[in-house]
Design a protein around this ligand. Structure first.
Ligand code: SF4
Length: 621
């Protein structure tokens, strides 16, 4: 079932809908789409003497696509292989030497350029190309926005995907309501001056509404908005209304996810409140990337103030709308301390459940990939196999690579590993709930800084490698050492199936397999932070509130526990009652991992909330 979720191939679909609108092309070409990573044998069975072979590439399919291109070119030497998409480098003089089976590179938006290629125009006369002829590389003029959006028919509405729909996958659709981004974050290839203009262009709203209607009629469960800054236009609320209306009419789409405009504000909050009310929301992003001013300056981005963040976070929490906050590890000017202080500042502000830390990837057309930028900030990078999380990765098709930053002139590679370990510790122990109650209480009541609390745990783990906690610490640290030696992010936890987990999720699952040993180690790690009675009861509460696969749990109440629960604002009926909570006991370990840790993690707590806890009188079994 998990393998069956597939995106409709929008980027190639929108080019097909455009070129098919040209009668000459329609009359002279049969156009077929390949959209699933399949074996070369399968590709061979589907490709018959093509004149052109167009490929849209990004990091998740680049290497695979190169293998397919090489195969097609070898078998059909006269076929022209044309490469487009974000991963096509603007400047790479060695590209055609490295990939000699590629004939043409299309830079920027591809619709009008591909049309001209198919019409047989001389390549020199077509803007936005690089091509190889007689061993010589030619780069034609750059032209932004060479096609009016109103001239591009919708692939959904013109039937491009009709036959694909019959293949019976669970399809996700992309909704593109505009193109461009007015910002210029240097790690991103979207806002890069190399690839796009700052001006945003919009598709007409009637087309967008009809596409949403198409999603409803075709039972598309999940729609991903491709806009760079949803909520930047006031009319984006009309799109939200149309999504809601369509869901009410057809029952689909079920969920909508999009990147919200930088520095989220009240309007984005209103959008999310509405989406949440009708069950369409996948959570709101309150992004930071980094809380270090020097880093933000170096990447050309400005954050909202912490005061605004806190105000918005409280607003979302009051309405029970999940939020998540993203950070990027490996950005220039960041140090161990600045990153650790930043992540703990988010905890101070009340973001306890959903902090997502990404590794800084280097895209071919992002500003951080220019030689000057790399030199200026001393970027040290490594190319590693790209193992997607939450999929089974033992597949011959998983051959793509990502390039990530593992050091800068402010953070050595060993420091990068230590920073990753701190981030792992906070995400595993705090955000996933293992120690959240303990850390919060000690922070609020005893003034223990989050950073000190989690450093203590790391210190204990590092110095007790034979303990349960220490063994896991060592395992994850070795995984990071493997990464700087060129291996990918891989964590398979066998009792929970064959899926690949993020390191923090993988470790969380390991820890809950033997909670008693885990909490024993944590107790030793932090035992000098409060008196024994308080700590012992805090541990009982945290263990009780954690959503583990156990069918149900009981927490006997005593005066200390009652005081702590009162302080944490978790009500109970008095000292004479026990508290009880539990999960569906029919759930397998794998279902638990998928439903609670994967699906449930973003925006939701791994801890039972007040309304999930029941009172249980003594004496009643
Ligand atoms: S990260 Fe977002 S806001 Fe920044 S340039 Fe990229 S698309 Fe634009």
């Amino acid at each position: 079932m998990l393998q069956n979720n597939i995106y409709l191939p929008y980027s190639i679909g929108v080019i097909i809908s455009y070129i098919r609108s040209n009668i000459e092309i329609r009359n002279n070409y049969d156009i077929n789409i390949l959209y699933v990573k399949e074996s070369i044998e399968m590709i061979d069975s589907k490709v018959k003497s093509p004149k052109y072979f167009f490929i849209s590439v990004y990091m998740w399919n680049f290497q695979y696509s190169m293998n397919v291109a090489k195969f097609v070119k070898t078998k059909y030497p006269d076929c022209k292989i044309v490469l487009g998409g974000h991963h096509v480098p603007y400047f790479d003089i060695d590209f055609f030497n490295e990939y000699p089976y590629i004939d043409i590179l299309v830079h920027g938006e591809g619709e009008a350029t591909c049309e001209k290629i198919l019409l047989g125009n001389s390549l020199c006369s077509i803007n936005n190309l690089s091509f190889q002829e007689a061993g010589k590389t030619t780069r034609t003029n750059k032209e932004y926005n060479n096609c009016a959006l109103d001239n591009i028919p919708s692939p959904y509405l013109t039937g491009v995907f009709d036959t694909i729909l019959e293949d019976g996958h669970n399809f996700t659709a992309s909704l593109e309501t505009n193109r461009g981004c007015p910002f210029g974050c240097h790690y991103c290839d979207w806002g890069s001056t190399l690839t796009s203009q700052k001006k945003m262009r919009r598709f007409n709203k009637e087309r967008v509404y009809k596409e949403i209607e198409w999603f409803g009629k075709n039972k598309i469960d999940f729609v991903f908005g491709t806009d760079s800054n949803f909520g930047i236009f006031k009319t984006d609320m009309d799109i939200v209304d149309k999504l809601i209306e369509t869901k009410q009419k057809y029952g689909f789409p079920n969920k909508f996810r999009v990147c919200y405009t930088k520095n989220s504000d009240n309007f984005v909050f209103d959008i999310n409140r509405k989406l949440n009310e009708f069950g369409l929301s996948k959570g709101a992003t309150l992004s930071f990337q980094s809380l270090n001013d020097k880093t933000m300056f170096a990447v050309g981005r400005k954050n909202m103030s912490l005061k605004t963040f806190k105000r918005l976070l409280d607003k979302y929490n009051d309405c029970n709308i999940p939020t998540y906050t993203e950070l990027i590890l490996g950005l220039p000017e960041e140090t161990f301390d600045s990153f650790a202080d930043g992540i703990c500042e988010l905890l101070n502000m009340g973001q306890h459940t959903s902090i997502v830390v990404y590794n800084c990837q280097v895209y071919p057309n992002a500003h951080i990939n220019t030689p000057e930028y790399r030199r200026k900030y001393g970027l040290k990078t490594i190319k590693i196999p790209m193992f997607p999380t939450h999929t089974t990765i033992e597949s011959a098709m998983n051959i793509d690579e990502e390039e990530i930053i593992i050091g800068t002139n402010k953070m050595t590679t060993p420091e990068w590993i230590e920073t990753c370990m701190f981030s792992w510790c906070v995400q595993t122990m705090h955000c996933l709930g293992l120690c959240q109650v303990i850390a919060k209480y000690l922070h609020e009541k005893h003034n223990i800084k989050y950073k000190d609390f989690y450093l203590k745990i790391l210190y204990y783990a590092k110095n007790n490698p034979r303990s349960y906690l220490g063994a896991e610490y060592l395992k994850v640290r070795n995984k990071y050492i493997n990464i700087i030696e060129g291996n990918g992010f891989k964590y398979i936890n066998k009792p929970f199936g064959e899926l690949n987990w993020t390191f923090e999720e993988g470790s969380f699952l390991t820890f809950i397999l033997d909670e008693d040993r885990f909490y024993n180690d944590i107790y030793y790690a932090v035992s000098d932070l409060a008196d024994v009675l308080i700590l012992a009861n805090l541990f009982k509460i945290n263990k009780f509130l954690l959503k583990t696969p156990r069918p149900f749990k009981i927490l006997p109440i005593n005066k200390v526990i009652k005081n702590i629960l009162d302080f944490l604002n978790i009500e109970n009926n008095g000292v004479d009652t026990n508290l009880m909570c539990g999960l569906d006991c029919d759930e397998s370990l794998m279902d638990y991992a998928i439903n609670k840790v994967w699906y449930g993690r973003k925006g939701n707590s791994m801890l039972y909330a007040k309304n999930e806890i029941r009172s249980k009188w003594y004496g009643i079994s």
